[in-house]
Design a binder for this molecule. Structure first.
Ligand SMILES: Cc1ncc(COP(=O)(O)O)c(C=O)c1O
Length: 401
């Protein structure tokens, strides 16, 4: 019998551990034992942090700028975030331009999302999450007391929800819709016209807020250019939270800098939540982020070109497996592929990923926790040699199935 001493809070019921972080730990343990594993699970860029960020930390240390910061972040960084967001949402008029006071700097994009769910959800409130989805969304919603409602977008529809699907999914209990473009795990991207059409549906649902997770904004790999949701649907400004950060765009994953940009009524609530939990986040990382945010876009062009080349390399090899369904990503650094044609009876992608790891020595992430039990995700955020070796191993494993 469960002892009262070990009784956990009921909010944890049905909340799972992060499957990607768990798998990464397993791969590291195998590697430490000398097993030859090609790791294609990385959820982070393999590029170095911009040197200006390292310099800014040293400067901040020398200047003793390492004390508590304001809860929502240092003013200069919030100003820079507001400027960046205004550039991405150019339809804003002077009175609707974002200002430093609309920004909360958070411990990674993750905390911005969590702050937003905590600020908006009451028990019973529903959150529409288009699937396949980044696996933390439903778990965060549950922790915040809400109910995730997955709205599945299929491979055939480009892994993007349609306006009529969204209209049909809205109920009197819907409080939030989550959007994520470019998407993790699929790399699907919404065009401005597609976002505008979703915006028109949401215009008819005035009590619904939108959380637009734009953390992969810089990594746009095809001719669909990145569109911030509010650029396409500016009329919804008073109920949209834009989430972004330095992790994917500037390879600064371990620095843990993210942010939300949102109207005052939500920003103030999120600031209160943060003030009573983590407070202002690491000061040095904030100064570093300010320096990296000032870099011109051209600084990152080489990285984007490299991602594009690696994506094409992976696709070229994977297409040799005849029964594989491969989705061509328009953004981010993942290839999502369907292995339904290869599964054993009763097997899903979790078991299949374990078999690939065991038999072929390649670590990929199962699609099940992303809402697609017959799909897998590989990351092409690794060097060409590892990537092509990993893809070749996957193909020869599939041919042996
Ligand atoms: C879609 C998506 N949103 C948010 C995050 C969280 O980013 P951060 O590392 O800045 O917390 C990730 C990280 O993997 C992600 O893939």
């Amino acid at each position: 019998m469960e002892s009262a001493k070990h009784r956990l809070a009921s909010r944890l019921e049905g909340v799972s551990e992060s499957a990607t972080l768990k798998l990464n730990a397993l791969v590291q343990a195998l590697k430490a034992r000398g097993v030859d594993v090609v790791n294609l699970t990385a959820g982070e860029p393999d590029f170095h942090v911009p040197e200006v960020a390292n310099v800014a930390v040293r400067d901040a240390l020398d200047a003793h700028k390492s004390k508590y910061t304001p809860v929502p972040g240092v003013l200069e960084l919030r100003e820079a975030v507001a400027r960046k967001t205004n550039l991405q949402q150019p339809t804003a008029t002077a009175s609707t331009q974002w200002k430093a006071g609309d920004v909360v700097v958070t411990n990674g994009g993750k905390q911005a999302l969590f702050n937003a769910f905590l600020a908006l959800l009451n028990p019973g409130d529903e959150v529409i999450i288009p699937g396949p989805f980044w696996l933390s969304y439903p778990e965060m919603v549950k922790l915040a007391g809400g109910t995730p409602k997955i709205l599945r977008a299929t491979f055939e529809q480009g892994f993007k929800i349609t306006p009529s699907q969204l209209r049909g999914a809205l109920t009197a209990r819907t409080r939030v819709v989550v959007l994520n473009s470019p998407s993790n795990p699929t790399g699907a991207m919404y065009s401005k016209a597609e976002f505008a059409a979703l915006g028109e549906v949401l215009a008819q649902a005035p009590d619904v807020c939108v959380i637009s997770d734009e953390i992969y904004d810089r990594i746009a790999l095809s001719d669909v250019s990145f569109c911030s949701f509010l650029e396409a649907a500016p009329a919804l400004r008073d109920r949209v939270i834009t989430v972004n950060g330095m992790s994917k765009a500037a390879a600064m994953t371990g620095w843990r800098i993210g942010w939300s940009v949102a109207p005052q009524w939500i920003t103030q609530a999120m600031s209160t939540i943060q003030g009573q939990s983590t407070s202002g986040i690491n000061a040095l990382a904030q100064w570093a982020s300010l320096a990296a945010l000032k870099l011109p876009e051209a600084e990152f062009a080489g990285q984007i070109e490299t991602y594009r080349r690696r994506r094409d390399l992976a696709l070229e090899i994977l297409k040799k497996a005849g029964k594989l369904k491969v989705f061509v990503p328009q953004g981010a650094f993942y290839v999502f592929f369907g292995v339904g044609g290869y599964l054993r009876a009763g097997e899903d992608s979790v078991g299949f990923a374990e078999r690939i790891l065991e038999k072929a020595g390649v670590a990929v992430v199962a699609g099940a926790p992303f809402g697609e039990p017959e799909w897998l995700r590989l990351s092409f955020s690794t060097d060409d040699k590892q990537l092509s070796e990993g893809c070749r191993r996957i193909v020869s494993f599939l041919e042996s199935c």
